[in-house]
Ligand binder design. Structure first.
Ligand code: BG6
Length: 302
C-alpha cells in the first residue's frame, strides 16, 4: 500500500501518520500523551521512542543505521524471527531470521481506552520465503505507545505440523556510557556465555560491563532493569511469554569488525537487553497453537 493509502486507511490525526523515507521505505510516526515512536514497516522495526519530558531517547539508533531495502537497521528493536542467531543448519540463511528485513503489512491502528496509540503489523505466509521457512505461519506485532512502550509478538501455526521457533525482540537501549550502567534482576540465573568458548555460568549480583558481553540467560521469565546513573534513570523491562534474556554489547574490537555502530565509539552508548525464546528455550508450536511474546518498557527517574 502507498503512503497515501496507508494514511487514508490507518492514519489517525495527531496520533498515527505514515510517510516515506528519502530512501523509499515506509515509516509510521506515532504520538501519544506519553511520547512519540517511529516504526519502519520493513521489519516492523521500532527505531525510535521518546518519552515526553525526557531529554534522551530511550532507544539507541546507530548514526550509521541504513534505511535500505533488505538491510536491518542497526538499533531500535529488530524482530528476530523465526530463529535467533545463526540458523540451526548453518548455510546461507540470514542470522536472526528473515522477519527483520521482510515487508510487513499494516493491519490496524487505534487509540485504546487508556489513551495508548496502537499499531498492528502482520507478516503473512506469502511474504515468508518458503525455502527458509516451509511452515504455514502467521506473525503479528502490536505496538502500543502510552506512558510506556509495549510490544506483543504473536506467532500462530496455521499448518498441520508442529515446528520449532526461536525469537527475540532485540532492543538496543540508549545509555549514557556502557561503563556506567548495570542490569539488575538476573541474580542466580544460569546463562550461556558466548564470548570465546561457549560456557554455562551463573549470574552473581548485577551485570556490569568492562569487556565484550554476549550472554543468553535461560529460564528467565522475570522482569529486569537497566540502571543508568549518567542519565539519572532506570529502564524497567517487564515481559511475558519470554523465557530467555539476551544481554549484548560488542565492545571495541567487535564493533570495529561490524563497522556500522557509529564512529568513534557508538558502541559505548548502546546496550541490548533482548526478550527472547532462544537456545534452551526455543518453542515448539503444535498445529493451531498461538504464542505471544510481549514486553513492556517503562522509564523512571533514578
Ligand atoms: C545479538 C547476538 O543478539 O545480536 C550477538 O547475541 C550478535 O552475537 C548481535 O552479534 C547482532 O547481530 P546482527 O546479526 O544484528 O549483527
Amino acid at each position: 500500500m502507498s503512503e497515501a493509502g496507508l494514511n487514508h486507511e490507518f492514519g489517525i490525526p495527531g496520533a498515527v501518520r505514515f510517510e516515506q523515507s528519502p530512501e523509499g521505505l515506509l515509516l509510521a510516526r506515532i504520538s501519544s500523551d506519553g511520547g512519540t515512536a517511529d516504526i519502519c514497516l520493513q521489519g516492523a522495526h521500532v527505531f525510535s521512542w521518546n518519552v515526553k519530558g525526557l531529554l534522551e531517547p530511550v532507544l539507541w539508533l546507530s548514526r550509521e543505521a541504513k534505511f535500505q531495502a533488505g538491510k536491518s537497521l542497526r538499533g531500535g528493536i529488530p524482530v528476530c524471527w523465526p530463529w535467533f542467531g545463526p540458523h540451526a543448519e548453518g548455510g546461507s540463511f540470514p542470522a536472526h531470521g528473515f522477519a527483520r528485513t521482510a515487508t510487513w503489512d499494516v493491519a490496524a491502528s487505534d487509540v485504546d481506552g487508556s489513551g495508548a496509540v496502537c499499531l498492528t503489523l502482520t507478516l503473512e505466509p506469502e511474504s515468508m520465503p518458503e525455502a527458509m521457512w516451509p511452515h504455514a505461519t502467521t506473525l503479528e506485532l502490536k505496538v502500543s505507545l502510552g506512558a510506556t512502550l509495549k510490544l506483543e509478538l504473536s506467532t500462530r501455526n496455521i499448518g498441520s505440523q508442529a515446528f520449532v521457533l526461536g525469537e527475540a525482540l532485540h532492543t538496543y537501549f540508549n545509555i549514557s556510557d556502557i561503563g556506567n550502567v548495570a542490569v539488575h534482576g538476573l541474580h542466580g540465573v544460569e546463562y550461556w556465555d558466548t564470548v570465546g568458548t561457549v560456557e554455562k555460568k551463573v549470574q552473581a549480583g548485577a551485570i556490569d560491563f568492562s569487556a565484550e558481553t554476549d550472554r543468553v540467560y535461560i529460564h528467565s521469565p522475570q522482569a529486569c532493569s537497566i540502571d543508568d546513573p549518567g542519565f539519572a534513570r532506570r529502564i524497567h523491562i517487564h515481559k511475558q511469554g519470554s523465557l530467555s534474556t539476551v544481554v549484548w554489547n560488542p565492545w571495541v574490537a567487535k564493533a570495529e569488525r561490524m563497522g556500522d555502530l557509529g564512529k568513534p565509539d557508538g558502541w559505548r552508548q548502546m546496550l541490548c537487553v533482548e526478550s527472547a525464546n532462544a537456545w534452551d528455550n526455543k518453542l515448539t508450536l503444535a498445529p493451531g497453537e498461538r504464542h505471544t511474546l510481549s514486553v513492556e518498557y517503562r522509564v523512571e527517574p533514578l
